[in-house]
Write a protein that binds this ligand. Structure first.
Ligand code: NZQ
Ligand code: ZN
Length: 390
């Protein structure tokens, strides 16, 4: 077990009555609130009206930025930063999924810089120490953005999708009412669920010599919860228990509880971000296509026992198989989950993607070096994995 520091200052209100506390929490930061949201799902669901009422009844002044795109663009974050500067915004309120929260994080950070340009922060690669306070109301169980220090911003002009991170952009407060995710279509539910699953899996094999049994068990419990509850939420969108399990799993998966004392790696995420940067696909779907191919590619005598363990602990395979046979069965079980249970299309070609950009994408995913993980991947390896996904 490696030494670690755990510090997550995000305060979570979870449950049906969570939003009753919104006004009071906003008020502590000042009077001017910038509400950030996406393409309109919160208007259809009625959440927009609830939020606006809470803000107004608390005597706060409301400004708005709508239209945040899935895979949020730097230009939209810059627009938000401009509103903040012009109107002396005190607190940014994100209401939506990971894209809205990430965009709001970009806004909150850029608002305190001289240029107001979030892409300068992205390009600097420096940790974000300072930002306007951010409050999140979560509507999609997926990214963990509601409780982490990351925001992923896309620049479609340069085909780049890059994360910024730092304690400055951890939300101060997040509101999680599973009922807000009842309106999610089955496809988004599936994609979000697989994103959660992969946040855990991308870190699962990285304990190395520093095995930390408690963390492995925690990780497996979260992946099991996704396997159990995602199909229920897809069939019964208003099943509170299913939505609640997925929502809390989303927050647990990336808030550092599940990688305490282990090494942090993100092989599938590094590969997927290139897919959404070039082709604007849904993040969780890209992950579902890449992950079984990645496991197949890294399968050898060193990784087989761990991959088999995933099969036993998460997919209920029987113990006692030979490691390679067990690992192959585990990958098969994962494929069945992604492509049959979640119903996601299996191949990049199904999403209209061919190999035109694979070389450039592979090089960018490796950031001029390699992707670390249970097996180090060179750009040549990544290109081969992309080809396996076709
Ligand atoms: O824009 P609206 O109208 O709100 O519709 C959204 C969008 O079309 C819709 N939606 C969200 N909640 C809904 C709903 N529709 C009906 N009812 C609801 N309750 O779903 C669509 C997708 O929303 P989006 O926010 O894009 O999805 P998600 O939460 O999966 O976020 C994906 C983004 O987060 C990044 C991804 O790369 C991607 O850009 N990630 C952020 C991370 C982080 N901050 O730590 C880590 C992740 O690995 C990920 O990279
Ligand atoms: Zn993700």
């Amino acid at each position: 077990m490696n030494d670690f520091i755990f510090h997550n200052p995000d305060k979570i209100y979870f449950g049906r009555n969570a939003l009753e506390n919104l006004g009071a929490e906003l008020k502590q930061f000042g009077k001017n609130v910038l509400l950030v949201y996406g393409g309109g799902s919160i208007k259809k669901s009625g959440l927009y009206d609830t939020v606006v009422k809470a803000v107004k009844e608390s005597g706060l002044k409301l400004f708005e930025l709508s239209g945040v795109e899935p895979n949020p663009r730097h230009t939209t974050a810059n627009e938000g930063a401009k509103i903040c500067k012009k109107n002396k915004i005190n607190v940014v309120l994100a209401v939506g999924g990971g894209s809205t929260i990430d965009c709001a994080k970009g806004i909150a950070a850029a608002a305190l810089t001289k240029s107001g340009d979030v892409w300068e922060i992205v390009k600097s690669g420096s940790p974000v120490k300072e930002a306007l306070p951010l409050i999140a109301v979560l509507t999609n169980a997926a990214t963990g953005s509601e409780m982490d220090e990351w925001a992923v911003i896309s620049n479609m002009q340069t085909n780049e999708k890059i994360g910024i991170g730092g304690e400055g952009i951890i939300p101060k407060v997040a509101f999680e009412n599973p009922e807000y995710s009842y309106t999610l279509p089955a496809y988004q539910t599936a994609c979000g669920a697989f994103d959660i699953f992969n946040h855990v899996l991308d870190n699962y094999y990285l304990a190395g010599d520093a095995t930390f049994d408690l963390i492995l068990e925690f990780q497996e419990a979260v992946m099991r919860a996704v396997v159990k509850w995602a199909p229920v939420a897809m069939k019964e969108p208003e099943n509170y228990e299913a939505r609640a399990n997925l929502m809390w799993a989303s927050s647990m998966a990336l808030n550092h509880i599940l990688d305490a004392g282990t090494l942090h790696g993100c092989a599938c995420h590094a590969m997927e971000h290139e897919l959404s940067a070039y082709y604007d696909i849904t993040h969780g779907h890209g992950l579902a296509i890449v992950t079984p191919r990645w496991l197949t590619y890294i399968l050898d005598e060193t990784t087989a026992p761990q991959i088999y363990r995933l099969g036993v602990k998460v997919f209920g395979l029987k113990e006692g198989m030979e490691a390679f046979e067990g690992a192959r069965a585990a990958i098969k079980a994962l494929e069945t989950f992604c492509f049959e249970t979640l119903g996601l299309k299996k191949n990049l070609s199904d999403l209209g993607i061919d190999e035109t950009h694979f070389k450039a994408m592979a090089e960018h995913a490796c950031k001029g070096s390699c992707i670390t993980g249970p097996k180090t991947l060179t750009p040549e390896d990544v290109e081969k994995i992309y080809k396996m996904c076709l």
